[in-house]
Design a protein around this ligand. Structure first.
Ligand SMILES: Cc1ncc(COP(=O)(O)O)c(C=O)c1O
Length: 434
């Protein structure tokens, strides 16, 4: 079974990939596909990167697994040092895991344990946002705010509260930016007060949300949430599983939005997909709560067999070295500009309601009427039709009934980006002519 796909549909015309290089996949029939989505927001340094591959080969010759209860290993040590160096502020303590769901789940567990060990044992609730996606395991799914992904498993866990995300294009409060007082942020303060500040442990969110169409906050939003969390001793957790490692034009979206969280979750782009790896980093005041004598039992009560796996860490180190040496965050900023410029022409087709995102994480919301923001009828599914046409033409994008997202590898060339936008533009034109 593929992820979140109806297999009856997939097996009718399955895409089976045989190899990949740079931003290109090739399927078993020799057809080439431009990877406009970095796999799924993962392959930052592109496919078939020789440096990452060689680093993994070399590591295999040294050691492929070390005993997680007894020891660490050299690539794991080098990786956590490198992460502490590139992460903003005092996000200096790192825990390594294998998947994004493990990282967000661990971050929420860390928030609860932190408060237990710092004199606030009754703080347990986690606030998150509608449309947010934090993973497939039960805790991560409980924080997730996309009902389509969870209704079949409900009830999910208790102690999770959802708030509306920042959607200026369609403000649920009927307000307009910038005169709105950033109500989508101040409502979090109201929520904390209504829930009882003594019960709220953490606020988890993606700085830019994928589900909902690259939900991008106004610049004041995250700094304001930072101040609200400080006021109520609520840990601010950034899920940077998509936005980390250069995607938004800085190494982390925390830097793009100039806001330091207490815990930051990483995954996907950390190895560019060459091996499973994820991590969380926490600030010094959080880490201090877990440092003590053996008999105090204050160590973080979380672990996974493959956390700190040497092979994954070797891949992560090599991928991060590529991102830094080739200054891929700058590339994301520059090419993001080129992408936005190409979207101007698409706007002339009269169906682009809003363009959102930063760097090479850009989303387009389709509307029937750009003046009134009226949506297409539910059965029109323009985004799906555009995405499927693009796929048939050899371009992989993230698509939904009402929006499309672009997130190519940060090593994409200007010419390849132009080609991606040519195919996209043609696909919109054809879908509208259907
Ligand atoms: C923002 C975000 N958080 C968490 C996850 C979960 O990561 P994983 O699928 O590696 O468990 C994802 C996966 O798509 C994600 O996009």
């Amino acid at each position: 079974m593929l992820d979140l796909r109806q297999m009856k549909t997939f097996v009718a015309d399955p895409l089976v990939i045989a190899r990949a290089d740079g931003v290109w996949y090739e399927d078993v029939h020799g057809k080439r596909y431009l990877d406009g989505l970095s796999g799924i927001f993962v392959v930052t340094v592109g496919h078939n990167n020789r440096r990452v591959i060689e680093a993994m080969r070399d590591q295999l010759d040294q050691v492929a697994f070390t005993p997680p209860l007894h020891a660490t290993n050299l690539p794991a040590l080098q990786l956590v040092e490198k992460l502490a160096e590139i992460l903003p502020g005092d996000l200096n303590t790192v825990k390594l895991m294998s998947s994004g769901s493990e990282a967000t789940e661990a971050a929420m567990k860390m928030a609860r344990q932190y408060h237990r060990q710092t004199g606030h044992p009754q703080k347990y609730k986690i606030i998150s946002r509608y449309w947010g996606y934090h993973g497939a395991t039960f805790g991560a799914l409980s924080a997730t705010g996309t009902v389509r992904r969870k209704w079949m498993f409900e009830p999910t866990l208790q102690g999770f509260v959802h708030v509306w995300p920042p959607t200026c294009y369609r403000c649920p409060f009927g307000l307009s930016y910038p005169g709105c007082g950033i109500r989508c942020a101040t409502i979090v303060e109201d929520t904390i007060q209504l829930e009882g500040p003594e019960t709220v442990a953490g606020l988890i969110l993606e700085p830019i949300g994928n589900t909902g169409g690259i939900v991008t906050p106004p610049p004041e939003y995250l700094p304001l949430l930072r101040r609200i969390c400080d006021r109520y001793n609520v840990l601010l957790i950034f899920d940077e599983i998509i936005t980390g490692f250069g995607r938004t034009g800085q190494m982390f979206a925390a830097q793009t939005f100039d806001t330091l969280p207490d815990i930051l979750c990483m995954g996907k782009g950390i190895t560019s997909g060459y091996a499973p790896l994820a991590a969380l980093a926490c600030r010094d005041h959080v880490a201090a709560a877990f440092w003590g004598e053996e008999e105090d039992q204050v160590e973080f009560a979380d672990g996974h067999t493959y956390g700190g796996n040497p092979l994954s860490c070797a891949a992560g180190l090599a991928s991060i070295a590529e991102i830094i040496e080739r200054d891929l965050p700058r590339r994301a900023r520059e090419l993001g500009g080129q992408l936005l410029h190409r979207l101007e022409a698409v706007q002339e087709l009269g169906v682009v309601g809003e363009i959102r995102g930063r760097g090479l994480l850009i989303g387009v919301e389709f509307v029937r009427d750009t003046r009134t923001k009226e949506r297409f009828p539910a059965d029109a599914k323009l985004g799906l039709r555009v995405g499927r046409r693009a796929l048939a033409k050899g371009l992989i994008l993230r698509f939904d009934p009402d929006w499309i997202a672009f997130a190519p590898p940060l090593v994409i060339s200007e010419a390849e980006l132009d080609l991606m936008m040519d195919i996209f533009t043609e696909s919109v034109q054809e879908a509208l002519a259907e």
